[in-house]
Design a protein around this ligand. Sequence first.
Ligand code: ADP
Ligand code: MG
Ligand code: MG
Length: 250
Amino acid sequence: MLKIENLQASIDNKLILKGLNLEVKAGEVHAIMGPNGAGKSTLANIIAGKDDYEISSGTIELNGEDLSELAPEERAHNGVFLSFQYPVEIPGVSVTNFIKTAINQTRKAKGLEDMPAKEMLKMIREKSELLEIDRKFLSRSLNEGFSGGEKKRNEIFQMAMLEPKLAILDETDSGLDIDALRIVANGVNKLKSKDNAVIVITHYQRLLEYIVPDFVHVLYDGKIVKTGDASLALELEAKGYDWIKEELVQ
Ligand code: ADP
Ligand code: MG
Ligand code: MG
């Protein structure tokens, strides 16, 4: 699904990713953890195609296709979803209408007709029930006055509707209360299938009590320096990141 080799990337001439390797296969959930400033969000943004970054070496492939040649919209159309993609407030455009447009744009890019209204409604009904999102929420203006939890809910609803091949959730853990954690976890666990993959970026182990990852990676100083199973997250929670630093020096 996703294959990143020796990725080096900088922003404003500052090298952030320093030779990062990562392979994610269909059906897998990967967690990326690491201290503040390690480059986690940079990695997510680069996969999604945000253009503030200079890639000086390495490759990023999605299903064998070179991603670096594609614009962010094209990546989205190819099934890459990054949370916080649409943080803007759009008064007068409802949660539902926004997602309808997003879905039809993706279809259009693939040369397909708009999704028939009936099918769209059915999908909205199914996904919103699955995620326990109520009707009232769906008709609210996008992000207008949304609480942190509501923003999460909207984001996970978008993810569920778009059915991405590769979903990347960059959690700014700070704002996440227990309800928001459950919303995110619920969405991820329901999206999971043998055909798609999820990367959960998190600073804390908390979220991983609800989403059990197949692999946990430590991103440290621009590289993935350690990979393990879910137990690595517990170890990091208990011991912090200093021991990793010490291991690296040896
Ligand atoms: P993380 O998500 O792991 O906390 P980030 O990827 O956000 O880390 O940041 C990695 C490093 O890149 C940090 O040192 C940060 O200060 C720097 N950085 C991120 N964005 C910018 C930017 N727009 N301009 C300059 N430096 C940046
Ligand atoms: Mg950070
Ligand atoms: Mg970050």
